[in-house]
Structures are given as C-alpha cells and as structure tokens.
Design a protein around this ligand. Sequence first.
Ligand SMILES: Nc1ncnc2c1ncn2[C@@H]1O[C@H](COP(=O)(O)OP(=O)(O)OP(=O)(O)O)[C@@H](O)[C@H]1O
Length: 314
Amino acid sequence: MNKIVQVKNVQKSFGNNIALDDISVDFNEGCIHGLLGHNGAGKTTLIRIIGGTYKQDKGEVEVLGLNPTDDGYELRKNIGILSENMSMYDRLSIYDNLIFYGRLYNIEKKELKNRIDSYLKMFQISEFKNKLIKDCSTGIKKKAGIIRAIINEPKLLLLDEASNGLDPISKSEFHELIEELVKIKKISVVLCSHDLEEVKKLCEYITIIKKGKIVYSDNINSLSRNKESIGIVINTIQDLFQLKEQIEEELKKNKVDNIEFDMNSIKMEIDSLNDINSILKIFMEYNFNIVNVEHEIFDLNKLYVDSHREENAI
Ligand SMILES: Nc1ncnc2c1ncn2[C@@H]1O[C@H](COP(=O)(O)OP(=O)(O)OP(=O)(O)O)[C@@H](O)[C@H]1O
C-alpha cells in the first residue's frame, strides 16, 4: 500500500515543552487512520506539521511526496483540513462561504458552482445553502465545513476532532459522509478523535500518542485478531497472594501470559478459550473457591486505557 504521509523521527517543542518526541509513523493511501491520545498528547501538533502549519524542529515529513514546509503552496492544493473550530464567515451564507473558499484555489467559476451544488446535494443540505452560517445548526455547519475542506478535491483530508459537538444522528451522518468520500472520491483521511467508538467504526489503522510519543500503531484488525477473546479474569474467595508463586508457575506451564494478581482476582491472557478447563483445574487443585470467570474482551477501549497507565505503557 502506498504511503500518503511519512513521518520520521519528528521532534517538536514549544519552549521547554516537548509536544512530539522523536515520533515515526506512516499513513497509508486510501484509508482512514485514527489518531488517539489524551489532551495535550500531541495529536494536533502532528496534524499541523502534516498540514504545513507548524514546522518540526527535527526529523523528516513527507506528505503526498512533498515537503510540507518547502512545498506548502503545492501541498495546500492537495489537502483539506477540518478542525473542531472550523473557520467560516458567520455573516456569509453557506453558498457564499463555499464560493469564497473555492476561489482561493482558483477553481474555475462554472466548475466551482457545479462542485458546490453536487456536494450540497450529496450532503443533503441544498435547502440550507442561502442560510447565514451564524444561523445554522452545528450539524449543518459541520457538513458545510467538510464541503469547504474538500472543495479543492484533496487527496488527503485531515480531521482534527471534527465531529465534536454533533448529536448522535448528525454524528452518524457525518461518519457516513467520511466513509463515502473515502470510497467514492478515494480520499485518504487522518482522523484525530477522543471518541473511541468513532475510531472503531471508521478507522482501518490507529495510532495512539502519549505525551508526545507513539505507544501503539497498527491495523485495527490486527488488534482484534491478536488480542480479542484471550483476556480472562478469575475471581476467588480466598487470598490468591498466599500461593502466588506456585499458581504463577503452573499457569506459565499452561502457556498463560501477562498474569496480573490481585488479592481475590487474577487476570491473564490465554491462546484459546479451549484452555480454560486446564486453567480452572489448577485453581481447584489448590482448593480455591472460584466465584466467577470473566471473559475480558481486549479491544480498543482496553488498549487505550492500558496504554495510558503510567507504569504499563505498551
Ligand atoms: N502553539 C502552541 N504554543 C505553545 N504550546 C503548544 C502550542 N500548541 C501545542 N502546544 C503544547 O503542545 C502539547 C501538545 O498539544 P496538542 O494540541 O498537540 O495536543 P492534543 O493531543 O491535540 O490535545 P487535545 O486533545 O487537547 O487537542 C501541549 O502540551 C500543548 O500545550
């Protein structure tokens, strides 16, 4: 798969504050790549470096084969950016805003009008085209914002918390539009979001950033293929610490991984649910009363939480 964005050993600081600390990540063409991380992790900084708004202090960035700092003009013709606070003129109508932004790209008048009409139709907001932005609902504004971001028919769309503030129905419509753009217009998308459900629904790849460093980056399917259905929690009445070493040794003989003890519960990862009987047998041999056995789904939520544990970064 072709790389649409390549980020190599990028460092960016604001004064003494290191926003990105030697990060390397690639983004594949033709798909949606999610960027996750707590507030202040460095996601927007990365998006802005990719979009050419910020320049990195160290490292290399290539976007669509271009250097965002040196080839800024050429790059801006081929990318679209939509952030949480998209900028559109409040006192202009949706249509006039789109005409204004379209002209910045020197799109020929007739072609621009055709594009605007077809996107208004595709996004089902034609009837609102003469409404002033200040009088539009958040959902309509967001749709207009995406049209503004794609009016130049970009190859790459950077969405920085773009769906914030949308109600569930508008959010779902927003997701459908993004998916349609990827499918029909072959646009590649980098989606920065705090909404794990949104990322799960839309993204083929995910990258988790923590304090300026990448702690996870992979195809979302490999996450479920490798990790799903293997987390087990066994809860007991007795204090497990009494026989911690013996149990641990027995479990390891049964190819159990990532064993975490608590007083009355033990978490572990197993290769297959078929192994569960032999594992329970170990506890019975030590006369532990098992209260229950939970199947812990190792999914994106768990990965995200685990990767943000201070001592346990992945
Ligand atoms: N223009 C700036 N001037 C000074 N510091 C900045 C600037 N932009 C970002 N930072 C700092 O860099 C760090 C990373 O910020 P960034 O906005 O990239 O994080 P983020 O992951 O996008 O956070 P959020 O989810 O809250 O939007 C933070 O500590 C932030 O305060």
